[in-house]
Design a protein around this ligand. Structure first.
Ligand SMILES: Cc1ncc(C[n+]2csc(CCOP(=O)(O)OP(=O)(O)O)c2C)c(N)n1
Ligand SMILES: [Mg+2]
Length: 423
């Protein structure tokens, strides 16, 4: 069934036939955009411009249009999966804070508290062979993608049992097995990697004729959208119709810089249509709304219809990193979003709609508590990486064959060329 979001429209076609475009009166008034306590210093949306472009819809409209009011957005099983994943994300991060202050972790550690609906809403729809690319706020994306709590915690502890053998740390969660293609400390660095992964899927399908409908989801922040790589990748993804979803986690702040102060037009979703792809703004504190939008965007990508830009309006409940005293954000703004805690909201939905009872949810919470505790014990007891790992992946090998676990260039091993042609 074609939905408001997924219906394929000629991206550059006539706007007259485009029933998806909101008439001007249904566009959100600028003053109501984003929950910041700051006023929005921008002009009204240029409707004539929007109307020339591709499908632009507010997500509330999608959800309203898609679901009759008396039908539920999820089954019981789906609801419990979402709840468990969000509880895992929250409990894991709370534990990280404890461990960081106890000196078990080093360097910067950026927590995801408050933003769980975005990770869960998207990643729980993906298959193992789909890819996820994250930022330095990456622990929870890795967990949602199936990397074990043990492997993520050990990575944070710098232990050899970590998903990068202790060499990546908090900002570089990577797992080839799970197609978790990394956290990236430099903002925007993950976006071209994600675009490359999406290109790979398309190449496999269209050139190599392989049975591949993998999609890639790239997560990044509002501040990152002022970085050039974002625009380059939107352009390329639209041009090649790549199976990628660009997910902006707009938590209104880039460290201590307000999004509304630093961006010429803060409505990031509008940048999608500018490049010829749908742009959607969704309430990122509501996992069910995120999931509805994600379903449409992911299936669009799988069908080969190209990229989507999704702006999730969300909020982080802690400072930028554990080293940030979080003194710059307004208390009223923090309180406003705290009252919209995405986990509390999902719990309420599950109980009110009789999809779960308190007992079932408590059982999940207990299971996750135990799992996170066990991950800490495992990480603590795990060995440090050996000295030989120090050089691994640090220096470029002039001959291009890598450095072995013994810390020596592989090409220096007398057996290296055995049985092969001259290299
Ligand atoms: C290329 C680059 N420039 C600057 C920085 C410093 N820096 C670290 S986090 C950050 C803000 C990013 O904000 P946003 O994209 O909104 O992500 P959030 O932290 O809110 O999740 C900046 C500028 C960096 N890491 N990389
Ligand atoms: Mg931000």
């Amino acid at each position: 069934m074609a939905t408001a979001f997924s219906a394929t429209l000629p991206l550059h076609g006539s706007s007259q036939e485009n029933r998806l475009l909101l008439p001007p009166t249904r566009l959100p008034p600028p003053s109501s955009f984003l929950g910041s306590t700051r006023s929005l210093p921008i002009r009204r949306l240029n409707h004539a411009h929007a109307a020339r472009r591709s499908p632009v819809v507010a997500v509330q409209e999608i959800v309203k249009e898609k679901k009759p009011t008396n039908s539920l957005l999820i089954t019981k099983e789906e609801g419990l999966v979402l709840y468990e994943d969000m509880i895992l994300g929250r409990s894991f991060e709370d534990m990280c804070a404890q461990m960081y202050y106890r000196g078990k972790m080093f360097g910067f550690v950026h927590l995801y508290n408050g933003q769980e609906a975005v990770s869960t809403g998207f990643i729980k729809l993906l298959t193992k062979s789909d890819s996820v690319v994250s930022t330095y706020r990456d622990h929870v994306h890795a967990l949602s993608k199936g990397v074990s709590a043990r492997a993520v915690m050990s990575e944070l502890f710098g232990k050899v049992t970590g998903c990068c053998r202790g060499q990546g740390g908090s900002m570089h969660m990577f797992s080839k097995e799970h197609n978790m293609l990394g956290g990236f400390a430099f903002i925007g660095e993950g976006i071209p990697v994600a675009t490359g992964a999406a290109f790979t899927s398309k190449y496999k399908r269209e050139v190599l004729k392989q049975d591949c409908d993998d999609v890639t989801v790239a997560f990044f922040g509002d501040g990152t959208c002022n970085n050039g790589q974002f625009y380059e990748c939107l352009n390329m993804a639209a041009l090649y119709k790549l199976p990628i979803i660009f997910v902006v986690e707009n938590n209104l702040w880039a460290i201590g810089m307000s999004h509304l102060r630093s961006t010429s037009d803060p409505e990031i979703w509008k940048k999608g249509p500018a490049f010829g792809m749908p742009g959607v703004h969704v309430d990122g504190m509501d996992v069910l709304k995120v999931r509805e939008v994600a379903k449409e965007a992911v299936s669009r990508a799988r069908r080969g219809e190209g990229p989507t830009l999704v702006e999730c309006e969300t909020y982080r409940f802690r400072g930028h990193s554990l080293a940030d005293p979080d003194e710059l954000r307004d208390a009223a703004e923090k309180a406003k979003y705290a009252a919209r805690d995405p986990i509390t909201a999902l719990k309420k939905y599950l109980i009110e709609n009789k999809l779960a009872n308190e007992g079932e949810l408590k059982t999940i919470e207990k299971k996750i508590d135990d799992l996170v505790e066990e991950a800490v014990e495992f990480a603590d007891a795990s060995p440090q990486p050996g000295r030989s790992q120090l050089l691994e992946n640090v220096f470029a090998d002039p001959k291009g064959f890598g450095i072995g676990p013994d810390g020596r260039y592989r090409c220096e091993d007398p057996k290296f060329t055995e049985g092969t042609a001259q290299v």
